[in-house]
Write a protein that binds this ligand. Structure first.
Ligand SMILES: [Fe+2]
Ligand SMILES: [Fe+2]
Length: 223
């Protein structure tokens, strides 16, 4: 689908669930106001429609495939890559997922109370745990690695890896609860966007944890 100023925002959100990140960022209503063309939706929030199209295209295409050999690149670059590719986006994405989760639970929870209650709980726990996990790496572990304080890395690394394990378990459960992220027929835009965001969270977290467990932590002891 080519994006243009006359494309209805609801249609963009339906065909490209990750585009809803851009809408959320700029307060553009894609749910109830989904029938409005993009230009009109932007006008009502004061956003620059042309800029929004650029952001949408970027979000839809995703980041280019990372071909860097992180087992060989300088440790500083690897840490910088982890921070900019995974940590920074999570600071916007986790609150957004939390809000969508609450909305879907509130509006559609009665369709399967036990399932939505558990999903709300697990997603909330993932958000809480990640928001506590990231600062520990940013403020303690990564600086210690960069300063080559090898004698004190063992403890923090084993704590981080145990937390990765717990996160992986919860993401597996979310995949089950969301039926492999397949939204049911007739699901609303927020529901579809939530499922897409959770799927992206899972795949990003797998890459993120791989870089930390398998490359960063191992290299931290060697140089
Ligand atoms: Fe991390
Ligand atoms: Fe981590």
């Amino acid at each position: 689908m080519s994006l243009s100023l006359v494309t209805p925002v609801g249609e963009i959100a339906t065909q490209h669930p990750l585009a809803t990140r851009v809408f959320a960022r700029h307060g553009i209503d894609f749910c109830c106001g989904g029938g409005k063309p993009l230009s009109e939706a932007c006008e009502s929030t004061g956003a620059d429609a042309q800029k929004i199209i650029e952001e949408l295209e970027k979000e839809i295409q995703g980041s280019p495939k990372d071909e860097t050999r992180w087992d060989e690149a300088p440790l500083e670059s690897l840490i910088e890559h982890i921070l900019t590719t995974y940590h920074e986006p999570l600071k916007e994405e986790l609150p957004r997922i939390g809000q969508m989760m609450e909305k879907v639970h509130r509006v559609h929870g009665d369709k399967d109370i036990a399932l939505f209650d558990e999903l709300l709980k697990v997603v909330g726990q993932v958000k809480f745990d990640m928001e506590n996990h990231l600062p520990k790496e940013e403020q303690v572990l990564f600086p210690a690695i960069l300063n080559k304080m090898r004698h004190m890395l063992g403890g923090p690394i084993s704590v981080m890896e145990a937390e990765h394990e717990e996160l992986g378990e919860m993401l597996r459960r979310i995949r089950e609860l969301t039926n492999n992220y397949v939204a049911p027929e007739g699901a609303c835009n927020t529901w579809i966007a939530l499922w897409a965001a959770l799927e992206k969270l899972e795949s990003d977290t797998h890459e993120h944890i791989h870089l930390e467990n398998n490359i960063l932590h191992k290299r931290a002891f060697n140089g």
